[in-house]
Ligand binder design. Structure first.
Ligand code: PMP
Length: 421
């Protein structure tokens, strides 16, 4: 569990000419003032901002191509279908999946994980089977498994985390038993930023004949992801954290697994034939896309991926590491500030607490300085419990953030210190 091969960019030298300000100009929302101060947006883990090309793609769809997909023979419907399916092909390439039939559009990471639990889980797991999760999961990768465990009488086992926010070395493999069927893990933790060694962990799970579900919500915005290299069985992410629209997400699943899974939701588009004596299902991936999908959302996500391809995910990964290192060093200079999550391999997230100040007060004061961060439990209450804190303040980065943004955060935290002397 030591080497982090999933961060492929790590081996390459830093990209000296990466210019975040060049790319930032493409994000119209970032040009505004908040409370009379230039907006410094550091809440990217909650949702990322959208480049003009994504906004244009969505507007263009509604103004020129709006129509329902797959069912029409008229020109607009054919155009909408072509654009929707082209977006699926972009997602396939982005994840380096083998086929578009492995790419299911969902509402987001949460829906993707619930789909796996309810479709795969209900049809393949039995009472007494075991699922392994980690202590740093988002609620979206805990609660669907708890619901399934209640329904089927399964056992959930949890990989502990260390004081730095890493999965406890060695603890993982001891959790396996002959009844372990599935491991569900965050690729990157949203509360701590920890980048888990998911490739190595997947190999271990497969040695124990367990499937691996990866929650990639916080990984895809920061590093190149190759599902075939990771060898995972399922991978989930949300469009809105990847600079695309809200309400659209992705479930990648190995074709052989998706093919034998039953539909999750029933309705139009997911069927081949419907009779009162029984219905048959459409081919992949449509079997899992009941009802009219978020067509504009998928097209917007495709535009976001095209944009990221132009920026370069390798560049983004390098830059993220540099910026994260700078932010961690600067924040640690602040008296009474403690970083929560100091794993050596991280992406995108700086979580912290300040002695004598509630995180919500930190968030409110820095907001007055134009700095947007998030405070709370970040939908990871077990992480808060593990560190014995109710909440953290969290600055989360995107490639359009700069050192100057982090300096502005540090200055704003100086104001917090003045108020809570
Ligand atoms: N997993 C992780 C690691 C996340 O950060 C989030 C969003 N905060 C989710 C799952 C859920 O994503 P969504 O709300 O877009 O479904």
């Amino acid at each position: 569990m030591s080497a982090l091969t999933s961060l492929r960019a790590a081996a390459k030298p830093a990209v000296a000419d990466f210019d975040p300000l060049h790319w930032r100009r493409d994000f119209p929302i970032l040009g505004q003032k908040v409370h009379g101060k230039p907006l410094i947006y550091l809440d990217n883990a909650a949702t990322a901002q959208k480049p003009q090309s994504v906004i244009d793609a969505v507007a263009q769809f509604y103004s020129q191509s709006n129509s329902n997909v797959h069912r029409g023979v008229h020109a607009l419907s054919e155009r909408a279908t072509a654009q929707y399916e082209a977006a699926r092909a972009k997602v396939r390439d982005f994840l380096h999946a083998a086929s578009t039939c492995e790419i299911v559009f969902t509402r987001g990471t949460t829906e993707s994980l619930n789909l796996i639990a309810q479709s795969y889980g209900r049809s393949h797991l039995r009472a007494g089977d075991e699922i392994i999760l980690s202590h740093l999961e988002h609620h979206s990768n805990i609660v669907p498994w708890q619901l399934l465990a209640e329904q089927l009488h399964l056992d959930i086992k949890v990989i502990p985390i260390t004081d730095t926010g890493e999965l406890l070395p060695g603890a993982y493999e001891h959790l396996f038993s002959p009844r372990t069927r599935l491991v569900a893990l965050a690729h990157v933790s949203n509360a701590l930023g920890t980048l888990n060694p998911v490739r190595e962990m997947t190999a271990i799970a497969h040695r124990h004949h367990a499937l691996v579900v990866l929650d990639g919500a916080q990984a895809v915005p920061h590093l190149p992801v190759d599902v075939q290299e990771l060898d995972c069985d399922f991978y989930a992410f949300s469009g809105h954290k990847l600079f695309g629209p809200t309400g659209i997400g992705v479930l990648y699943g190995r074709e052989a697994l998706l093919a034998e899974m039953p539909p999750w939701q029933g309705g139009g588009d997911m069927i081949r034939t419907v009779r009162f004596s029984g219905s048959t299902w459409n081919e992949l991936p449509y079997k899992f896309e009941a009802g009219t999908p978020h067509i504009a959302g998928a097209i917007g996500l495709g535009a976001a991926i095209e944009y990221l391809n132009a920026v370069g995910m390798d560049n983004i990964a390098h830059y993220d590491r540099e910026l994260l290192g700078y932010g961690a060093r600067e924040l640690q200079r602040i008296q009474g500030l403690k970083l929560i999550g100091t794993a050596p391999h991280k992406a995108g997230v700086l979580s912290f607490v300040m002695q004598g100040v509630h995180p919500h007060d930190i968030g409110t004061i820095v907001d007055q300085e134009g700095v947007a961060i998030r405070t709370g439990h970040h939908c990871a209450m077990p992480v808060m419990e593990r560190f014995g804190i109710p909440a953290t303040a969290r600055a989360s980065l995107a490639f359009y953030n700069t050192r100057a943004d982090l300096d502005a955060l540090v200055a704003a935290l100086g104001k917090v210190r003045e108020v809570f002397r």
